[in-house]
Design a protein around this ligand. Structure first.
Ligand code: APR
Length: 307
């Protein structure tokens, strides 16, 4: 039987994720959104592209959760964007309500599903989904690191004029300005970028990576990134559905790893059919460790606003 992936939120990120998943023939897809007609319309449009793509997956849209029953993976992208005049805390509370309601509906119908949270602020929304679902940490993950690393890769490849195929980048920490790109572990054809670029250049690329989401928002004016986020989600789904034991940077609930307790933060995770198989711990310098702790404190402060 084909695998089933539900995507809650048929907006830009949700619909683009459905597009990537369908093109790669990874699973049957259910799109759920509160706006009447939108998930149905996008699902039908996407389905009608598949005879050309030669992809045999089903795509349906709905305003309720019944069709989501028995999902293997549920991706939650539903939420409000930050509106003018809205504080970060207001956004946390508004999106927490949405993520909480969606999670409760999902758990009733797919008690064995694996949750991939995308709604921002990401790390805090992962905690909402964990609390509401009661799922073990193996089955609640957040998508941020794959996206942030891809952005870092893009900028490194552009700077050096090399194929993106040669570039591997490493990013830790919370999703946002406090993320911790790790140049020492970022390589081009296996060579650390610290051997190829001077410090000022690396600092500039790191800064652009940390502000990567904002750069797109400033260009688009209305809305935020969705092509790269959609592809990044697809990478996690692929690793899980194919039981690849692949190490990808994801937001995971730490229980002592990196000296951090009971908090979601971006770390290298080995992903397979069961979800999170292992949090991979790497040695950090004092400076990198301090940056990760600072990032964790920022996530902790957001989680506190949840009450
Ligand atoms: N249930 C289901 N869908 C909902 C709900 C809800 N309770 N509330 C809102 N939505 C839907 C909206 O109708 C909209 O279609 O969530 C969708 C969000 O889509 P967009 O506004 O296009 O936002 P998008 O760019 O997809 O980003 C979604 O991902 O990367 C993060 O920061 C981003 O938190 C944001 C999320």
């Amino acid at each position: 039987m084909r695998k089933k992936v539900t995507i809650v939120g048929a907006g830009n990120v949700g619909a683009t994720t459905a597009h990537w998943l369908a093109a790669k023939e990874l699973a049957d897809i259910v799109l759920v959104d509160i706006v009447e007609g939108v998930p149905q319309g996008k699902a039908l449009d996407l389905l009608e592209s598949l005879p050309i793509e030669k992809s045999d997956v089903g795509v349906v849209g709905s305003n309720d959760y019944d069709l989501t029953a028995g999902s293997d993976i549920v991706v939650i992208t539903a939420g409000f964007p930050r509106k003018p005049g809205m504080s970060r805390d207001d956004l946390v509370r508004a999106n927490a309500e949405i993520v909480s309601a969606a999670t409760a509906q999902i758990v009733k119908r797919s008690p064995n599903a694996l949750l991939i949270i995308v709604t921002n602020p990401l790390d805090a929304m992962c905690e909402v989904a964990r609390r509401v679902s009661g799922f073990p940490r193996e089955r609640v993950l957040g998508m941020a690191g794959v996206l942030d690393s891809a952005r870092f890769c893009t900028f490194i490849a552009m700077e050096l004029g090399v194929s993106i195929d040669n570039v591997h980048a490493f990013v830790l920490g919370g999703h946002g300005d406090q993320m911790v790109p790790l140049p020492r572990y970022s390589t081009v054809a296996g060579i650390p970028i610290t051997e190829l670029l001077d410090k000022a250049t690396i600092d500039r690329l790191v800064e652009r990576t940390a502000k990567g989401g904002g750069e797109i928002v400033n260009l688009l004016k209305a809305g935020s990134a969705y092509y790269a986020p959609g592809r990044a989600i697809t990478e996690m789904v692929d690793a899980i559905l194919k039981d690849k034991h692949k190490i990808l940077p994801c937001a995971a609930y730490l229980q002592g790893e990196y000296g951090i307790h009971n908090l979601f933060i971006g770390v290298p995770c080995r992903l397979g059919a069961k979800g999170l198989e292992q949090v991979v711990e790497i040695k950090l310098t004092a400076e990198e460790g301090a940056a990760l702790q600072k990032s964790a404190q920022a996530v902790e402060a957001l989680v506190k606003t949840l009450g």
